[in-house]
Design a protein around this ligand. Structure first.
Ligand SMILES: Cc1cc2nc3c(=O)[nH]c(=O)nc-3n(C[C@H](O)[C@H](O)[C@H](O)COP(=O)(O)OP(=O)(O)OC[C@H]3O[C@@H](n4cnc5c(N)ncnc54)[C@H](O)[C@@H]3O)c2cc1C
Length: 548
């Protein structure tokens, strides 16, 4: 087995926009395949026959419930948007069913499209979105905003109990670069703009957003803002919420615009109320972001540390005392040994894995002289902390392969291998305990179920006070893989909350993390958020059951 030749092994400036077709990741014309070493690692060599059996029900054969939208709501939507912008087409409903978590993929493969929307509508303007919300509020129809559809936390599967139907609002047509303010270095982008296309439009003017989540091929601006997404270059460019200067929100009660100035003492910062609101307060239609000049030079390199703790100390030193590279990431011993930082090389030995220990990937972007100066001083800190320079090989392998890992999941599932990820964040002083607790929770639960896992972890985003941990879990699939993962995830969530960490650093809350999130913020804070929702969305039609 080999990775398909056309799968995107490239950097962010050359990736195509991918229109995701459920249930598989990426362009259906260029399916991912397992690299030989990875296939051998999971015992999936030559299992094409097994693959066909595991792929499950084809999307076109999934049986959908009849759409249950009130006739008056449907005709009002058609009148507002035009007949071609309102559809209950089978494939459109399937492609807007849930997101891209492993349970989402498995459910659809099993033929379960129970969360399919009744209608998919495509607004072309902010006013269209206002009108949709107004109509849905009147007819008590639930509304799901949909940008790229890459949610991994159940953010696209609202609780339809008590509602007269569910409408998915696909924002793809809101795909414009509204304006660039070159003096202030900001850009206003429409919410439906895909990340890849946004970067393309900005690069044409000499700028970059610097936001590259692993879901970059599919996710978009509205989704980034609604989930507080974090890109792989967050050390240098900041998380998405950190670069948002302002936004426009359509609600069933009208429009809210925030972000008069970059900083203000005029009351609480309302941008922070709407960033991460996951469609529960309304639909974000425009976002103004800080942009940077596109980098003229970049260098990515690898460093080796003896163990995770010494690598973690080195990252903390950089996060607290500088200098800060653009990308900074530490794989633990298991992830390094598997070579997960380079999906093509997963399971294979190379420079990064040969000597054991833990791999740190460090990337620098900017003006040439500044990059080289930062690289020298960062290198000094890493060497003093016990790091061994591995050169640019492992860094470049990670940079050009970093959008490929999602392509491995489908062939792994085809081969009967369960793979899923989860993430969390805590203070540096609690990081070791958090890693141990989550690893033990996942290992114990899946081992007791008779499917001992491989649990890998990396530090993906660092701050002066703490860091996020990202876990990847691989194990044989049980007869009911959704229940199998659900038990492991509950145990991991408990471990996260017991060690005082946050239930999510960047995947957001959705439906899957709702209970843990409510536990995390407490009753009073929850009541305050519900009061905001009640004000903006008195009928409660905006993404019911998501977040709140
Ligand atoms: C393979 C893979 C890799 C991933 N890697 C990363 C990563 O590196 N970093 C990261 O942060 N996340 C990652 N994610 C998670 C996901 O991509 C992010 O949450 C992303 O920000 C979602 O963007 P989207 O456009 O796909 O949003 P969607 O999935 O369309 O929506 C996400 C949520 O926001 C709501 N929403 C969408 N648009 C709007 C809007 N305009 N206004 C209000 N609410 C809205 C939706 O209803 C939903 O609840 C990954 C997911 C996958 C499948």
């Amino acid at each position: 087995m080999k990775i398909h030749a056309d799968s995107p092994r490239t950097d962010e400036t050359a990736l195509p926009v991918v229109h995701l077709r459920r249930p598989r990741w990426g362009d259906p014309e260029t399916p991912g395949e397992l690299p030989t070493a990875a296939a051998a690692l999971v015992g999936a060599e030559g299992s094409e026959q097994g693959e066909d059996q595991q792929r499950g029900v084809a999307p076109d054969d999934v049986v959908l419930a009849e759409p249950v939208i009130p006739a008056a709501a449907r005709s009002a939507l058609v009148e507002a948007l035009g007949v071609h912008r309102v559809t209950d087409d089978h494939r459109a409903r399937i492609d807007h069913t849930r997101g891209y978590s492993t349970p989402d993929i498995l459910a659809l493969r099993s033929g379960d499209a129970g969360d399919a929307p009744d209608l998919v509508v495509s607004p072309g303007s902010h006013d269209d979105v206002l009108r949709i919300l107004e109509i849905c509020a009147v007819h008590h129809v639930a509304v799901v905003p949909f940008t790229g559809g890459t949610s991994v936390v159940g953010g696209l599967a609202p609780d339809r109990t008590g509602f007269a139907g569910v409408v998915s609002v696909d924002l793809t047509r809101l795909d414009g670069l509204v304006e660039i303010d070159e003096i202030s270095r900001t850009a206003t982008l429409q919410a439906g703009l895909r990340g890849v296309r946004a970067e393309e439009l900005l690069r044409a003017k000499g700028y970059t957003l610097g936001h590259f989540p692993q879901s970059y091929a599919g996710a978009g601006i509205g989704g980034y803002a609604a989930t507080r997404s974090a890109g792989q270059s967050s050390a240098g460019y900041g998380r998405f919420d950190e670069i948002v200067e302002g936004l426009t929100l359509a609600t069933p009660r009208g429009t809210v615009t925030v972000g008069t100035a970059p900083r203000s003492a005029a009351g609480p910062d309302l941008r922070q109320l709407f960033l991460g609101s996951e469609g529960a307060f309304g639909i974000i239609t425009e976002v103004t972001v800080r942009v940077r000049p596109a980098p003229e030079h970049r260098v990515f390199e690898g460093w080796r540390f003896d163990d995770f703790d010494s690598g973690s100390d080195a990252l903390r030193a950089l996060a607290q005392d500088g200098p800060m590279p653009t990308v900074l990431r530490l794989s633990d011993e298991t992830e390094t040994a598997i070579n997960l930082a380079d999906p093509d090389g997963a399971g294979a030995d190379d420079d990064a894995t040969a000597q054991g220990g833990c791999l740190v990937v460090v990337g620098y972007e900017g003006h040439r002289e500044e990059v080289e100066a930062r690289r020298t001083t960062t290198g000094r800190v890493l060497a003093q902390a016990g790091g061994l320079a591995l050169g640019t090989g492992p860094g470049e392998a990670w940079r050009t392969g970093r959008f490929r890992a999602p392509y491995l999941r489908d062939p792994l599932l085809d081969a009967g291998v369960l793979v899923e990820t989860l993430e969390t964040v805590t203070y540096w002083s609690r990081l070791t305990d958090l890693k141990a607790a989550v690893t033990a929770a996942l290992t114990d639960t899946l081992t007791e179920a008779g499917t001992p896992p491989l649990v890998m972890c990396h530090i993906s985003h660092v701050y002066p006070a703490g860091a996020s941990l990202y876990f990847t879990v691989v194990c044989p699939q049980a007869d009911d893989p959704i229940a199998q993962w659900s038990a492991a995830k509950i145990a991991a969530n408990d471990a996260i909350r017991t060690t005082g960490a946050s239930i999510t650093h960047h995947h957001a809350v959705g439906r899957n993390h709702r209970a843990a999130y409510h536990d995390e913020i407490g009753e009073l804070a929850l009541a305050a958020l519900r009061a905001v929702k009640q004000t903006l969305d008195p009928e409660g039609v905006c993404n019911p059951g998501i977040l709140l």
